[in-house]
Design a protein around this ligand. Structure first.
Ligand SMILES: [Zn+2]
Ligand SMILES: [Zn+2]
Length: 347
């Protein structure tokens, strides 16, 4: 059996190493993708830390782009050699949700890098390829495409499917990491005004460069400052971080009939934030959860990337090799010193 290089950890929080492992089998309904680039995400860090249990030893990685290397015999629409990406949630392809295009909530979903081996590797297997695999426009390179797979696509869907800001409305963004900065860029492109909230001056400065008009240092009165800056509250507010504090602030900073979208994963002790449901009633607020974006919705986003309206390439920070992936994960245990999405380039 052929071998490939991959980044693997054998125990939670133990240093990941580049190792030689057996190449994955190609699923009958899926493809093998030769990974060109793959993003390093906080979700990978959570899996590595054991917050989101995975089967050990484990290969992380879920934000990938590359070339189809092998196609299963049940696949009709994909060909070897195509440049592609995939959503981090891969639907089963046969349930009611998948059949109506909502694979992001498929009850039988798989996620490379969580439910199975991921894309910190030369090859990764993706099932139900006719549903989940998205061809890339020629002008979108692998590093940029890898930055789309999770954070950017998630922000795009949170705004376009749930938040739905109109031209000139205010969008509050709580947490300016990868998802938050993507949200700032996309909301600005949609014609909204953006107020960004974060604890980090560097993150806020980056949000300002990407279009945020008001910058709020996160603290005890973040919601009050957003309400003041927006003349009565944001129309749409996104918790892009995922903590009890940011979730509550996001709801509190809305004007009547405002829409809160929870995007940041609320893990462990943050899983049940004390949301002010009295405000939800009195102000008739809408509360949404947003979980990635299905392949069906990628073409609209990719068209805006191709036209230059959206510039996910501007969100890419360091581009590293596979051998530096472990250090990049470990760096997430400390406060971020560099803005932007780290992307691993492979092959
Ligand atoms: Zn399904
Ligand atoms: Zn991710």
């Amino acid at each position: 059996m052929s071998r490939m290089k991959a980044v693997q950890f054998t125990e939670y929080a133990a240093a990941p190493h580049v190792v030689s492992v057996a190449e994955p089998d190609c699923p009958a309904d899926g493809v093998l993708i030769r990974v060109g680039a793959t993003g390093v995400c906080r979700s990978d860090w959570h899996a590595w830390q054991g917050h989101d249990p995975v089967r050990l030893p484990h290969i992380p990685g879920h934000e990938l782009a590359g070339v189809i290397a092998q196609v299963g015999h049940e696949v009709a629409r994909r060909r070897v050699g195509e440049r592609v990406t995939v959503p981090f949630v891969c639907g089963c392809g046969s349930c009611d949700f998948c059949l109506t295009g909502d694979a992001q909530v498929c009850p039988d979903q798989t996620q490379p890098g969580f439910t199975g081996p991921g894309s910190f590797a030369e090859l990764v297997a993706v099932r139900a390829a006719d549903l989940n695999v998205v061809p890339l426009p020629e002008s979108v390179d692998f590093v940029t495409a890898a930055s789309l797979g999770c954070r950017f696509a998630t922000a795009f869907r949170a705004l376009t499917a749930h938040g739905r800001p109109q031209q000139g409305e205010w969008v509050a963004v709580h947490g300016c990491g990868g998802v938050g900065l993507s949200t700032v860029m996309i909301a600005t492109a949609l014609g909204a005004h953006v107020v960004a909230v974060d604890v980090s001056d560097a993150a806020l400065a980056r949000a300002g460069e990407l279009g945020a008009e008001v910058l709020v240092v996160s603290g005890d009165n973040a919601a009050g400052e957003v309400v003041d800056a927006t003349g009565g509250g944001a129309h749409v507010s996104i918790d892009a971080l995922g903590s009890a504090q940011t979730a509550v602030a996001s709801v509190e900073c809305l004007r009547p009939r405002g829409r809160h979208v929870q995007v940041g994963l609320l893990l462990g002790p943050h899983s049940t934030p004390p949301l002010p449901m009295d405000l939800v009633v009195a102000r008739e607020l809408e509360i949404y959860g947003s979980h990635g974006m299905a392949a069906r919705d990628y073409p609209a986003m990719l068209a805006l990337v191709e036209s230059g309206t959206l510039r996910p390439d501007l969100l890419v920070g360091d581009v590293i090799g596979l051998e530096d992936a472990g250090a990049a994960l470990a760096a997430m245990s400390r406060p971020a010193t560099r803005a932007g999405i780290t992307v691993i380039r492979i092959n």
